[in-house]
Design a protein around this ligand. Structure first.
Ligand code: KG4
Ligand code: ZN
Length: 347
């Protein structure tokens, strides 16, 4: 049985990552190593990722990540079958750093070069972790993305809908900023919400009454700002309880929208008659327990299996890029030295 070993590189946002994934015949693929250098510290003073700083840090760290990934996997470049790299979508300076690093390795070794769509990397992760069969429904929810996809093959995705403005993670981060909580906002807002009363403030459920799978989250932030300012005007500031109640109300609205739209997406997906119906969720927001619980309940109601990769593989990493590269490699795909870095690249 054939053994395929792929090196993956990721540098599209604020994590520099390299990983080695190996597949032997039909066995579960194995992550031999996965190195992630986060850049949170570099950007924390600016309240968001600064593209120029990110690109420089990627360029400085990529070769070290590759060295560590190979060392952890206890292999050398000669043991690889191909080098896979995120070629977009993302911050272009970072994507270019990764693509140039991968081209350098390919040119020096003669290894095939495989460009990977970052979103395909996220969307294929449940196959890496659970070997789930196509077609499956995927909800990708992170700081930058929010969409429903039917995954039919490594390069065959049908987009059912997604956010028309902010991603949910972005909404959590902005909510945290408006309430003076720590970044990243998701975990901070979730912790506050656990102490709060979700019924005290009534947040809107944007677009939930529409029959499609599209969503909107930017209005929640506006609603939150208005409620916050009203309380502050009345009592001169927010109490701890006010803050917790606002977080609870906000989170409940996000859960209702995501779960409601998931029910719609499940109905569309089930029309394609999958033999092992499965929904997978990935992205940093999948860490939220209230969201996870709601999605699991909706899946159970629809008779569909629910799966979520471990959190370290839900957030940005290079194992998912190596695995998506492996699937492309097996389908015969190869890229040349003209592989382009793409800031935008819808699936
Ligand atoms: O996938 P990810 O690491 O990065 C990208 O956006 O690509 O996701 C990060 C996002 C942040 O916006 C963060 O606030 C959010 O995921 N997040 C959460 C939770 N943990 C992380 N949102 C809600 N609840 C959480 N527990
Ligand atoms: Zn990502």
């Amino acid at each position: 049985e054939r053994t395929i070993t792929i090196l993956g590189l990721e540098s599209s946002c604020d994590d520099t990552a390299a990983a080695v994934v190996r597949e032997q015949g039909s066995a579960q693929p194995e992550i031999l190593s996965s190195i992630v250098f986060g850049q949170t510290d570099l950007h924390s003073a600016y309240g968001g990722v600064v593209p120029e700083i990110a690109a420089r840090a990627h360029a400085e760290k990529l070769d070290l990540c590759v060295r560590d990934a190979l060392a952890d996997a206890k292999i050398g470049l000669a043991d690889l079958d191909a080098v896979a790299v995120t070629a977009g979508p993302g911050l272009i300076g970072g994507v270019m750093s990764g693509v140039m690093c991968a081209k350098g390795i390919a040119a020096a070794t003669g290894l095939p070069l495989i460009g990977v769509n970052h979103l395909a990397g996220h969307a294929l992760t449940p196959r890496l972790t659970d070997q789930i069969p196509y077609p499956y429904l995927m909800l990708l929810v992170s700081g930058g993305h929010c969409q429903f996809l039917i995954a039919r093959g490594p390069e065959d995705f049908t987009r059912l809908g997604g956010t028309i403005d902010d991603a949910p993670g972005e909404a959590f981060d902005k909510t945290a900023r408006l309430l003076g909580l720590a970044q990243p906002g998701g975990p901070a807002v979730q912790a506050e919400a656990a102490q709060g009363d979700a019924k005290r403030f009534r947040f809107p459920r944007p677009m939930l009454d529409r029959p499609d799978c599209n969503m909107s989250f930017s209005g929640l932030k506006t609603a939150l700002m208005r409620m916050r300012d009203q309380i502050a005007e009345k009592q001169g500031g927010l109490t701890r309880q006010d803050r917790a109640d606002l977080c609870a109300g906000f989170q409940a609205a996000v859960v209702d929208v995501l779960v409601g739209k998931t029910r719609r997406a499940l109905a569309v997906y089930l029309e394609s008659n999958p033999s092992h119906p499965t929904i997978a969720v990935a992205g940093g927001v999948a860490a939220n327990t209230a969201i996870r619980k709601g999605l699991e309940a909706a899946s159970t109601d629809a008779g569909v299996a629910f799966t979520a990769p471990p959190l370290s593989l839900c957030t940005d990493n290079a194992a998912m890029i190596a695995y998506a590269g492996l699937e492309r490699f097996k389908s015969g795909a190869r890229d040349g030295m003209d592989l382009a870095a793409r800031p935008r690249w819808p699936l």
